[in-house]
Design a protein around this ligand. Structure first.
Ligand code: COA
Length: 381
């Protein structure tokens, strides 16, 4: 009886095959199409990684050039979309705006054959290219600022900072932003990616799949941890307060945000790289209090957990919020930035799902009644 295979939250259940990403939680390694994340972060651009995710192999010089031109040409937002963003409720969360805008954008796209797996999203690259301008535009409009048009001489990460702030980022900031996007671009069957695949499995459009994935990412159990880490850092204030803060949190059985991971039981390789970025930015700005607080939280937390026989390491979210803060990005944009990066992974999974599709239709373990006698309306209590 297949009901015996039930696992809450599908934990441990293999829900499909994929060549895109391997998360080796025991060794603390992450691969995109076989390439280690540390090599990708050290050597590639986000555009190069997006090519890898969408085509399954690294581009040649000319392939990357053509691809980058195509991606950069797709950045401009049409006037009706800017109007839609302007008229969106100012106090709403940027993730709500983002999800709505994806479907709005969809109305301007020639899907070739509607509801067909042969759509042209790999060619247009709209969802990947237009998410950063949408996030940046909403941020500027609701702060009383004008739209900053995209630039095609900037990388994906650098252009995002440019459109957000209206100031060209220096080389260091531009590089770190682009590489942060690489670190978040893909992570196998996480909740939002799985959502995208489920929607794709019905042969819905890429846009519907991605807007559903954005809705899934919005939840605090998925995309919101780095925002909470920064709230913790602000609450702690000074590194001297970190130890007592962690002790109190653990005594009250509260989770220390940014620590631990369902899959990684060794170091999360993305966290190691992210910590390096935070070190670089802190040195450059001369402002290292966030880094000091985080390192003290990590030290005390790990000592406490190791004493209980539970080695727990920082995950990617532990340092990313502080990195984004150093880049001048407000905390309500941290989850949208996750979407900016993960759009490439989502699209890769949508295409892979379509290439060998079977609609997702799991069973439920029914725990309700059956064969109830029909009560006449007037006699019901
Ligand atoms: N703070 C306090 N305790 C933690 C913890 C944390 N951040 N992470 C794990 N633990 C505890 C668990 O509660 C569990 O305790 P128990 O044995 O008394 O039940 C134990 O350590 C082992 O947990 P583990 O099985 O390794 O983790 P998990 O799979 O249950 O949970 C997370 C994984 C990610 C949900 C969890 O680590 C967490 O909530 N982290 C904080 C939120 C966060 O950063 N999320 C972003 C993930 S990318």
């Amino acid at each position: 009886m297949s009901d015996t295979k039930y696992a809450k939250g599908l934990e441990g259940v293999i829900a499909g095959e994929s060549r895109i990403c391997k998360v080796d939680g025991e060794q603390g390694r992450l691969y995109y199409f076989g390439y280690r994340i540390k090599d990708l972060a050290a050597n590639a651009t986000f555009e190069e990684v997006t090519y890898l995710l969408l085509y399954g192999e690294l581009p040649t010089v000319s392939e990357l050039k053509d691809f980058s031109i195509r991606m950069r040409k797709s950045r401009e937002l049409k006037e009706p979309i800017l109007q839609m963003i302007k008229s969106f409720p100012r106090d709403s969360h940027p993730m709500e705006l983002l999800q709505s805008t994806i479907n709005f954008l969809s109305g301007y796209i020639d899907h070739k054959i509607e509801h067909s797996p042969t759509c042209n999203c790999r060619q247009t690259l709209h969802q990947i290219a237009q998410i950063p301008p949408v996030v940046a535009a909403f941020h500027r409009f609701r702060n009383g600022l004008d739209y900053v048009p995209p630039r095609d001489d900037l990388s994906h990460g650098a252009n995002f900072l440019w459109q957000l702030k209206g100031v060209e980022p220096d080389k260091d900031d531009a590089e770190i932003m682009d590489k942060c996007l690489i670190l978040h671009a893909e992570h196998s069957f996480n909740a939002s990616t799985f959502t995208a695949r489920v929607v794709a499995s019905t042969l819905s459009t890429c846009y519907c799949s991605i807007s559903a994935a954005i809705g899934s990412l919005f939840g605090s159990l998925h995309g919101g941890a780095n925002e909470k880490v920064m709230a913790m850092v602000n609450d702690i204030g000074d590194e001297d307060n970190a130890g007592p803060w962690v002790e109190k949190a653990l005594a009250e059985k509260r989770k220390v945000m940014g620590m631990g991971h369902r899959v990684y039981k060794a170091e999360d390789p993305r966290a190691v790289i992210m910590e390096g970025f935070l070190g670089r930015l802190s040195e450059k700005s001369g402002e290292s209090s966030d880094l000091k607080v985080l390192k003290e939280v990590e030290k005390v937390f790990r000592e406490k957990m190791e004493k209980k026989g539970k080695p727990i390491y920082p995950n990617v979210d532990f340092f990313s919020g502080a990195v984004y803060s150093q880049l001048g990005i407000p905390s309500n944009l941290f989850t949208p930035i996750f979407a900016v990066a993960r759009a490439s992974g989502w699209l890769a999974h949508i295409l892979e799902q379509r290439s060998d599709n079977r609609i997702f239709r799991p069973k439920a373990l029914y725990t309700g009644d059956v064969e109830l006698p029909w009560p006449v309306l007037e006699e019901r209590k």
